[in-house]
Design a protein around this ligand. Sequence first.
Ligand code: C2E
Ligand code: CA
Ligand code: CA
Ligand code: CA
Length: 275
Amino acid sequence: VKNNGGKGERLFTAEMEAQIDARHALEADLRTAIERDEFDLHYQPLYDLSQQRVCGFEALLRWNHPTRGRVPPMEFIPLAEEVGLVVDIGRWVLRRACHDALHWPDNIKVAVNVSAIQFTDSDLPGDVAAALSAARLPANRLEVEITESVLMENLDEALPVLHALKQSGIRIAMDDFGTGYSSLSYLRRFPFDKIKIDKSFVNGIVEDREAFAIMRAIILLGDALGMRVTVEGVETAEQLALLQREACDEIQGYYISPPQPAADAPYLLALPQRE
Ligand code: C2E
Ligand code: CA
Ligand code: CA
Ligand code: CA
């Protein structure tokens, strides 16, 4: 902190204090959010390009704060991770997602995001098994999505957990693929069932040859390694048409549908087939 004559420093400190207070307030609210039933899961369809149908849903957490309204996950998940609340929240998400999936047809999967802390500070395979058995959902209906940062933080600890999860029969997807700096080395260290190519790679694939070449190469890489390939963030018919001609298995994005409340799943499953 620079001391430029007193006044600037006091202002700076006051601003920082206000930020810290706001954070503490949010943290206090987060601690009671589960018991007050303020969380909700929305579901976004995963669309199979060869079968031309919805083949699963990704569960996306929503927090309906009593006064702030809907707080986006990017605002509270990092905080929940820092203060350790993400373990309890993650358990709630797993249980709710497995329960919701039971209402869908057998061939529809549910994908759940898990954070790094769940790998290192809790018994994730145990929590997954408990959620599956409480809902009586077969393991092959569940997929967990893990970002590279999860692995990066502690690969030695994460690898045995990944193997235990895979052993239990669930599927494992690498999320936001391409955004970290060591994506490629992880593909050799662990047999992912799926890669989800980050939405930043979709930008420009229709207009720009280089953008398309990169997308195409990533798809081919995943395909060559025997993984299912999903492209996230597909927003237009042109992008869909282009990906349809590649070895891309699945797409997800606003063009098919934004995330919707669980009650809308039957409607989303009946989405018209697209050419
Ligand atoms: P993510 O796992 O990469 O999820 C995809 C995000 O992209 C979602 O944002 C989704 O609404 C958004 N999206 C979907 N289609 C499109 C599109 O066509 N264009 C654009 N621009 N965006 C699209 P959301 O729901 O705000 O979630 C943000 C992030 O929060 C997620 O990114 C995930 O990392 C995290 N998150 C969400 N739910 C959970 C959870 O239950 N547990 C944990 N640990 N993290 C979660
Ligand atoms: Ca995800
Ligand atoms: Ca993603
Ligand atoms: Ca494939």
